[in-house]
Design a protein around this ligand. Structure first.
Ligand SMILES: O=C(O)[C@H](O)[C@@H](O)[C@H](O)[C@H](O)COP(=O)(O)O
Length: 235
């Protein structure tokens, strides 16, 4: 079975693109269509964005799309616990890519600069009022992590359970990575729409393994491969 067949057999939509540029175009227009529908139905819409290196083309394309951005609230799926001017800040990336759009939308970055725990509590409270998020855009790391939910991290089973009371968690720094803030499955899997955008053969194989083995402790992305999820892949 191809990975596309595996995804479709799980009720996931599969959108292949020929290049990262085509993928960015497809994701941006798809996100805009979902937000437009939410605004038509409920008068407003909410969007949660991931960071990392992957989404830059998508974010810059979204900046160019005409929409009632004044009716959209934008937050983050996760964040490195650094100020926006830090080179590893996801908020900094989003702000650099979408300066005009963020002037019009309601922008709710996760990093507040208090303490890691205090910021996690602040974001938990913010997300409680925002849920259910209309559109959550996920990436996936080469190890199968998504958001800042990493393989075999402490308390991962709690964070991947939709019953977990925590909506945003503090992820302590390790030798390999900065401290982070992250949404949990209680928010992500309650979203009206999930989008996963990934590129490259390595990540495609990781996704195939996640679909085959469904072991979310080893590959946390596996906990989110449920409808309604649209997967956008480019080589
Ligand atoms: O803070 C982060 O790193 C992201 O939010 C993370 O969840 C990202 O989606 C994956 O790590 C993929 O990142 P790349 O696109 O850089 O591979």
């Amino acid at each position: 079975m191809t990975i596309e067949e595996q995804a479709r057999s799980r009720g996931l939509a599969w959108y292949p693109a020929d290049s990262p540029q085509a993928q960015a175009e497809a994701v941006a227009t798809h996100v805009a269509a979902l937000l437009k529908k939410a605004i038509e139905q409920r008068g407003h819409a909410s969007l949660a964005l991931s960071g990392g290196r992957g989404p830059e083309l998508f974010l810059r394309r979204l900046e160019q799309i005409q929409l009632d951005w004044e009716k959209v609230t934008i937050t983050q799926v996760d964040e490195r616990w650094v100020p926006p001017e830090h080179e590893q800040s996801n908020a900094g990336l989003i702000q650099r890519c979408m300066p005009q759009l963020l002037q019009r939308a309601t922008w709710l970055p996760l990093y507040q600069g208090r303490s890691l725990e205090a910021d996690a509590q602040h974001c938990h409270t913010m997300l409680k009022t925002l849920m259910p998020v209309d559109v959550v855009v996920l990436g996936m790391g080469p190890d199968g992590h998504t958001a800042s939910l990493f393989p075999h991290m402490p308390k991962l089973p709690d964070y991947l359970s939709e019953q977990t009371p925590a909506l945003c968690i503090a992820v302590p720094e390790t030798a390999e990575r900065l401290a982070r803030l992250s949404m949990t499955a209680a928010v992500i899997n309650q979203a009206r729409s999930k989008i996963l955008a990934l590129s490259g053969e390595d990540k495609l194989q990781q996704l195939a393994t996640a679909l085959e083995t469904s072991d979310p402790l080893a590959r946390p992305i596996a906990a989110f491969l449920t409808p309604s999820m649209d997967i956008f892949y480019s080589p």
